[in-house]
Design a protein. Structure first.
Length: 59
C-alpha cells in the first residue's frame, strides 16, 4: 500500500497547484502552478495505476 500513499500525495500536490494557478491567488506563479498541476496529476495517475496493478498481482 506504500505506492498508493504516493499517489495520494501527488493528487494532493496537484490540487494545491491547481488552487494556486487556477484560483488567481498568485498571478506571477500561475503558469508554473498550472505546469505543476499537470505534472503531478499525470504522476498521481501513473503511480495509482501501477500501485493498483501491483496490489492486484500480490493479492
Amino acid at each position: 500500500m506504500g505506492i498508493l500513499k504516493w499517489a495520494l500525495l501527488f493528487a494532493i500536490a496537484a490540487i494545491f497547484a491547481a488552487a494556486m494557478g487556477f484560483g488567481g491567488l498568485s498571478e506571477g506563479f500561475a503558469d508554473i502552478a498550472q505546469l505543476l498541476f499537470v505534472v503531478f496529476l499525470v504522476a498521481a495517475l501513473a503511480i495509482g495505476v501501477l500501485g493498483f496493478r501491483a496490489y492486484k498481482r500480490l493479492s
